[in-house]
Design a protein around this ligand. Structure first.
Ligand code: PMP
Length: 286
């Protein structure tokens, strides 16, 4: 079945050329996006995703392309037309279309694209074994809390990770501390069994999975410390993992080729993966 996309008021086949050449998203990466998942027909954490979308738009000085309610309906309808019970919904808002010029006018009409694809969550084997990450300097801009479509440093970092046979690149600030992954948040479990992840700020994207996992951990009696950690700390940690909407809670068992602890997923990570899978209505990972 052909995949269907929503583009500025129309439902079209995904391969239809439907975006203007002078769309500022295409010309300048002047836009933001959101990614959320649908599990067994249920949109996961939709309100949190829409909250973050509004925050990103606000930070860019862009209006909502339509009301929140209408946006949710468009997402649902695009999902329905693709007939995929487990799906990933991608929503992109650009500032709009205008003759190419860096500066933009005050009354631009944002352009909205919604696409849907089959969800490809980590396999049971990946969750069992964990994944490797490499470290790279964080070469991104100073506003990483905005979910901008301008992802050049992220994709180049991910490509290097893939070339090294790794799942993700953990990015390092100038002090050698991990900010986050190229498309996920980074976590360790310290020697006292505390969960450690970088605090919210301009250096990271506030992951929706991150916020859900913090709540689940606290409810389960696991202490959470939001502070930056160094690459050395991560390599010496008891456990490490990454989180994102599509990677879920994924154990990291090697960093730059160094095994984390005994090289197997740890018990806190497994527990959180299980709690997260339950909370999102997915079959448990185990
Ligand atoms: N950081 C970055 C840079 C990301 O691209 C993502 C994935 N969108 C995340 C963190 C994780 O965010 P979420 O849990 O909302 O998917």
């Amino acid at each position: 079945m052909a995949r269907i996309a929503y583009v500025n008021g129309r439902y079209v086949s995904i391969d239809t050329p439907a975006v203007a050449i002078e769309d500022r998203g295409y010309q300048f990466a002047d836009g933001i996006y959101e990614v959320c998942k649908v599990v067994r027909g249920r949109f996961c954490d939709l309100e949190r995703h829409l909250d973050r979308l509004e925050r990103s738009l606000d930070a860019m000085g862009m209006p909502m392309p339509m009301s929140r309610r209408a946006l949710a309906l468009v997402m649902e309808e695009t999902w329905r037309r693709n007939a995929l019970p487990d799906a990933v919904i991608y929503l992109q808002v650009s500032r709009g279309t205008a003759p190419r010029n860096h500066a933009f006018g005050a009354s631009m009409r944002p352009s909205l694209v919604v696409t849907v694809r089959a969800a490809k969550f980590p396999s049971g084997a990946e969750l069992e074994k964990g994944v490797g990450v490499i470290s790279l300097p964080d070469e991104r801009w100073a506003n990483c809390h905005i979910k901008s479509i301008s992802l050049l440093p992220n994709i180049l970092a991910k490509q290097q990770a893939a070339k090294a046979g790794c799942r993700e690149a953990w990015l390092l600030d100038e002090q050698g501390r991990v900010t986050e992954g190229s498309s996920s948040n980074a976590w360790i479990v310290d020697g006292e069994g505390r969960l450690v992840t970088r605090p919210l700020g301009r250096e990271i994207l506030g992951g929706i999975t991150r916020s859900v996992v913090i709540e689940l951990a606290k409810r389960d009696g696991i202490e959470v410390v939001e502070r930056a950690f160094t690459l050395e700390e991560a390599k010496a940690a008891r456990e490490a993992f990454l989180t994102s909407t599509t990677s879920l809670v994924l154990p990291v068992t090697a960093i730059d080729g160094t095994p984390v602890a005994n090289g197997h997923p740890g018990s806190v990570t497994r527990r959180l993966a299980e709690l997260y899978a339950e909370a999102e209505g997915m079959a448990t990972a185990a």
